[in-house]
Design a protein around this ligand. Structure first.
Ligand code: PEP
Ligand code: MG
Length: 590
């Protein structure tokens, strides 16, 4: 039955308006724990047959995947699927799930989760390393079955729906979001997450409106027939709107579209302040296929290529040759414009069962980014750096390291680079000898030590999504503390100031590649603090260009100074709001 007309206030994380019917992803998927929904005795047969159907579908997908991998890669690489198919066929495993359904009266999702955790834990505790690693396989296969149990098959990169719809989910992981076919999605309404969660970042990069923080029970209550409006500007979700409301939103959508296309017609114009200072505007990229969008938006290059998406939604890991081809192609397409590739940054909410060996209580404070690469998966870092060193000869490549918190990490990477260069020399393989290397400033430790980092690197790229999270001590994916997520907080501005000043003293440049680079109210403060480059999703470049072209460097410096002297985020933001309202009111709400 359709829900009554109602409006819910959630949190806007990706601008735009979407109007359409619902496609529900029921229950959390991926590696997360589903809700322990109970069933009645009468529902047991239906639940068992649902589970068996999901199992059969999973088997079919795995057989197809195995064939695909055999065709594309070496046949040994397909062996992993033999093990996965055996697991699907394993009677002991299925018997445990069926027990959960029959005896404990749990819905199939939770019964599956319990069985999967039970067996994964048994393997995780085995003394033999090979057997211990099978725990990840169990979780991987279970997450595929779980996806198939829901009405949308994220793993298969397909959505079972005939028209474009609004995805409603309790939780959507970055790999699930990336796995969705953009052409079938109108927008996202998700219960968990915040503006800087990676799912939100992906929604923006797909150019789709998104909101987070909807009531957690809502995805269960909605049906495919419910019509929704997502307002990605104000964070509103309208369920089954009346005709007048729907018309008003259609109008708003059309108007925003018109202003946006007007701004996009300025793509050729220089991002120059009214008193003649140029600010570099670069694009963030998470998929090599989207490089055309970078060209179209008139960005000066790619300021952040998030390589972790090369590692997601696929069996196994990308090898050196495969990565080399991706980086080389991107560099050639950039045509000598800078391309900044970030080394693998898994961990936090970007979980990858092919890479991770243990689950962590606090993954955002765990073995994430460069820590994982240096401490546990040096093999992955070396493969990636070899591919980068070799690809570097095809263009203007720069490489940066994520989640750095100590100079030791940079020293280690530099020494690995030296060894790899010697290896490549010995193998007679062409490569760059002076790779431009930067660090991301994402931890307060890195910002406070900027003076110590600066002589060791060629540039800084401030990752404010994480810098705010770690400075304010709030989980960037937790909608309950999203109200504390205030990049204009003077503590953050102060850390940015420290980085810029250290960079100036050592003659290196500073970019900001976090979400704030696209926030029209933050742009004057960042530029006024002395940041040289802003890197954002291609869709935001036009708006930010208009902001820069509307005011002088002098005004922005004054605003930044005044904001630094404020005692709270609201007052600091008000300084910038006043400037935007005076010089570029047209950029608000598009
Ligand atoms: C950041 O932290 O600001 C950043 C750009 O990296 P990511 O969002 O991928 O963590
Ligand atoms: Mg980050």
């Amino acid at each position: 039955m359709a829900l009554p007309t109602q409006t819910i206030q959630a949190i806007a994380v990706s601008p735009g308006i979407a109007i359409g019917r619902t496609a529900r992803i029921t229950g959390p998927t991926g590696s997360l724990e589903p809700e322990p929904h109970k069933i009645t005795e009468d529902e047991i047969p239906a639940e068992l047959s649902r589970y068996n159907a999901a199992l059969a579908l999973t088997r079919k997908q795995l057989v197809e995947l195995r064939q695909e991998v055999r065709n594309k890669l070496r046949s040994q690489d397909a062996e992993i699927f033999d093990a996965h198919i055996m697991l699907v066929d394993d009677r002991t495993f299925s018997a445990e799930v069926e027990k959960g359904i029959r005896e404990k009266l749990f819905a199939a999702e939770y019964a599956l989760y319990l069985a999967s955790e039970h067996f994964a834990n048994v393997f995780a505790e085995m003394p033999d390393e090979y057997l211990r690693e099978r725990a990840a396989d169990i979780r991987d296969v279970s997450s595929r079955i779980l996806s198939n149990l829901t009405n949308i098959h994220v793993h298969g990169h397909e959505i079972d729906m005939d028209d474009r719809r609004i995805i409603v989910a309790h939780t959507l992981s970055p790999s699930e979001t990336a796995g969705l076919e953009t052409g079938k999605v109108l927008g996202f309404a998700v219960a968990t997450g915040s503006a800087t969660s990676h799912t939100a970042i992906l929604a923006r990069s797909m150019g789709l409106p998104a909101i987070v923080g909807i009531p957690p029970e809502l995805p269960e209550q909605l049906s495919a027939e419910d019509k929704l409006i997502i307002d990605g500007f104000s964070g509103k979700l309208v369920i089954n709107p009346d005709a007048r409301t729907e018309e008003a939103y259609r109008l708003k959508k059309a108007e925003a579209g018109q202003i946006r296309s007007r701004l996009e017609s300025e793509n050729e114009l220089r991002p120059e302040t009214t008193d003649g200072f140029i600010v570099q505007l670069a694009a963030n990229l998470d998929s090599p296929e989207k490089v055309e969008e970078v060209r179209r938006c008139g960005a000066s290059g790619i300021g952040l290529f998030r390589t972790e998406y090369l590692f997601m939604n696929r069996p196994g890991l990308p090898g050196e040759e495969e990565q080399f081809e991706v980086y080389k192609k991107l560099l050639v397409e950039c045509d000598n414009a800078p391309l900044i590739v970030r080394t693998l940054d898994v961990g936090g909410d970007k979980f990858n069962t092919n890479i991770y060996r243990a689950s962590e209580q606090n993954p955002f404070l765990g073995l994430r980014g460069i820590r994982l690469c240096l401490h546990e998966r040096r093999d992955i870092l070396e493969t990636q750096l070899r591919a980068l060193l070799r690809a570097g000869v095809f263009g203007n490549l720069k490489v940066m390291l994520p989640m750095v918190s100590s100079v030791r990490e940079v020293i280690e990477v530099r020494s690995i680079l030296e060894q790899l260069q010697q290896q490549l020399d010995a193998e007679g393989k062409e490569h760059v000898s002076n790779l431009s290397l930067g660090v991301m400033i994402e931890t307060p430790a890195a910002a406070l030590m900027a003076d110590r980092f600066a002589p060791m690197v060629d540039f800084f790229s401030i990752g404010t999504n994480d810098l705010v999270q770690y400075t304010m001590a709030i989980d960037r994916g937790n909608e309950r503390v999203a109200y504390l997520y205030r990049p204009s907080h003077p503590a953050i501005l102060e850390l940015i100031r420290l980085c810029v000043e250290a960079a100036q003293r050592h003659n290196i440049w500073v970019s900001v590649c976090g979400q704030v680079a696209a926030d029209v109210y933050m742009v004057p403060l960042l530029v006024g603090l002395g940041v040289h480059e802003l890197s954002m999703s291609p869709a935001s470049v036009a708006v930010v260009r208009r902001v820069i072209r509307s005011m002088s460097m002098y005004e922005m410096e004054q605003a930044a100074q005044a904001a630094l002297n404020c005692s709270n985020a609201t007052d600091a933001l008000a300084v910038s709001e006043a400037l935007i309202n005076l010089r570029a009111p047209e950029v608000v709400n598009i």
